[in-house]
Design a protein around this ligand. Structure first.
Ligand code: OFO
Length: 172
């Protein structure tokens, strides 16, 4: 059986992961609209990974014989103006998610739920990767400035990103 306070933060984390998927889908739709299909692909892959992040938490709660509590998902931000602004928003969002994962880790430690503390290590490492992935694109965008042909090539590169599934059984 899982500690109730820990279960609550895990359920709230599920909501944040699904919100992340919504946010990245909204960004993907923007990129489709302006014809940056590679950027759109990058965001779609990101959205799928966020669903995986939510489902891994879901399956973990089930395995611990806990109660999954799915709550209302907020409407995502849709105020998008350009690739740089969107990736800066993504980085800000990932930093927020990293803080949230760190809170799950410290709560599980405080409650002596060492199984959850161990489980959440995967998310701690994943957040390092999540922030780095976004930062890499921001660095390239900064380097190219307003060079349209560089943006074209970056779009091609981001179009090659492929989705790799993550599952609870795959990480545990
Ligand atoms: Fe689930 O890592 Fe991004 O939000």
């Amino acid at each position: 059986m899982i500690n109730e306070k820990v279960q609550d933060v895990l359920n709230s984390q599920i909501n944040k992961e699904f919100y992340s998927a919504y946010l990245y889908l909204a960004m993907s739709a923007y990129f489709d609209k302006v014809g940056l299909y590679g950027f759109s692909n990058w965001m779609r892959v990101q959205a799928k990974e966020e669903v995986d992040h939510g489902m891994i938490l879901f399956d973990y709660i089930v395995e611990r014989d806990g109660k999954v509590n799915l709550t209302h998902i907020d409407e995502p931000d849709k105020e998008f103006t350009c690739p740089m602004q969107i990736f800066e928003k993504s980085l800000e969002h990932e930093k927020y998610v990293t803080d949230s994962i760190n809170c799950v880790a410290s709560m599980s430690e405080d409650e002596c739920d060492l199984a959850t503390r161990h489980f959440i290590d995967w998310y701690i490492s994943e957040q390092v990767e999540e922030e780095a992935n976004v930062m890499n694109v921001i660095k390239k965008l900064k380097m190219f400035g307003d060079d349209k042909s560089a943006l074209y090539h970056l779009d091609k590169e981001l179009g090659k990103r492929e989705y790799k599934t993550h599952t609870y059984s795959g990480i545990s």
